[in-house]
Write a protein that binds this ligand. Structure first.
Ligand code: ZN
Ligand code: ZN
Length: 345
């Protein structure tokens, strides 16, 4: 099969690789119909997060089951499924508590530790994907949503929902969202679905602010002096750098919540202990448990309270895998009007 293979910083190549197959009795193999290119795919690409070369990239996949192991019970060949971006068993302590992203048996799709490619999993940007712990990791895809909406359900949309839940967004809340990429725009939609009365969306890129505006947020550039002392109940950091955390801390009221959802690669928070103490802040961070969040997100979509902002987010849908090297470079360069690329393998 063909797949996008990580070869080192700023190097991915489209190559012929062995077809994945069922290895463990709890595995499934899916034929990928859509795979996402995610902001966190850029951390190995830029070199800020070391990763093994020779591994197929990507962790966001939807597709059709083509093979299952003997112990798989919840999916069968022919089923249309969403693969959560981390595998989870559904039975360990963290899984039972809803922290499926920290399953004791879980792995991240499309990543392996540096120099040890056999210790990780090949990823989603390929024609076929092996999914371990299939019963706990694969979710049946709602029949009435598009491929690109389904890809958002593999990571970005439930990740944003988690950020909003950790920000304790409820009726009447006034919330900020910093960073209007795929997760940030989905976070705007999530906050409004959860009852926020005002969402202040912050990004330096005008086209991304315009997208948030169309979703119902008010918008600002990060250097807008009015943001400081905005007195919001909570701010979601979907950008990541310490400067975004500092801005988030300045935007919340005393006792407010900073909900950090962006992948972290720094050694220290941008918020000082003095600031956290003096303003009685609650600071939360961590990888989203997508499998658990889908238990809330899918019903919210069905009920019509959450509308996925697919048109605003998936600006480059269904590219061929052959375009991946160029797409990674353009995405890393923060090309204007490129929020999210999806591939049609
Ligand atoms: Zn992702
Ligand atoms: Zn588990």
């Amino acid at each position: 099969m063909r797949g996008v293979v990580f070869q080192g910083p700023e190097r991915v190549e489209v190559a012929e690789v062995p077809d994945p197959r069922v290895v463990e009795p709890t595995d499934a193999v899916i034929a990928v119909t859509r795979a996402g290119l995610c902001g966190s795919d850029l951390h190995p690409w830029t070199g800020t997060e070391p990763a093994a070369a020779g591994v197929v990239c990507g962790h966001e996949a939807v597709g059709r089951v083509v093979a299952v192991g003997a112990d798989v019970r919840t999916v069968t060949p022919g089923d249309d499924v969403i693969a959560c971006f981390t595998t989870s068993c559904g039975r360990c302590g963290p899984c039972r508590e809803g922290l499926t992203a920290r399953c004791v048996h879980g792995q991240l799709l499309g990543w392996a530790p540096p120099g040890r490619p056999a210790e990780g999993l090949h990823g989603a940007q390929a024609q076929l994907l092996r999914v371990p712990l299939a019963d706990g990791t694969l979710v049946h895809r709602p029949g009435d949503i598009s491929d690109d909406a389904a890809v958002l359900l593999a990571d970005n949309a439930p990740t944003a929902w988690y950020a909003a839940r950790r920000a304790e967004v409820a009726d009447g809340a006034r919330v900020g969202v910093i960073g209007l990429g795929a997760v940030g725009l989905c976070a705007v939609a999530s906050c409004l679905a959860l009852g926020a009365s005002a969402v202040v969306a912050v990004d330096p890129v005008p086209s991304r602010r315009a997208a948030a505006d169309r979703l119902g947020a008010s918008t600002s550039a990060p250097d807008d002096e009015g943001l400081v002392a905005a007195g919001l109940d909570a701010v979601i950091d979907a950008a990541g750098p310490p400067s975004a955390q500092r801005l988030a801390a300045a935007m919340v009221r005393p006792g407010g919540i900073v909900s950090i959802i962006a992948v972290q690669t720094a050694e220290a928070f941008g918020i000082s202990p003095v600031t956290a103490y003096d303003r009685n802040l609650t600071i939360r961070a961590g990888r989203a448990p997508v499998r658990a969040m889908l238990e809330e997100v899918l019903p919210a979509i069905t009920a019509g309270s959450l509308r996925l902002p697919v048109e605003e987010v998936v600006t480059h849908p269904g590219l061929p895998l052959a375009d991946a090297p160029e797409a990674y470079a353009r995405f890393a360069a923060r090309e204007d009007r490129m929020v999210k690329v999806t591939f049609a393998p």
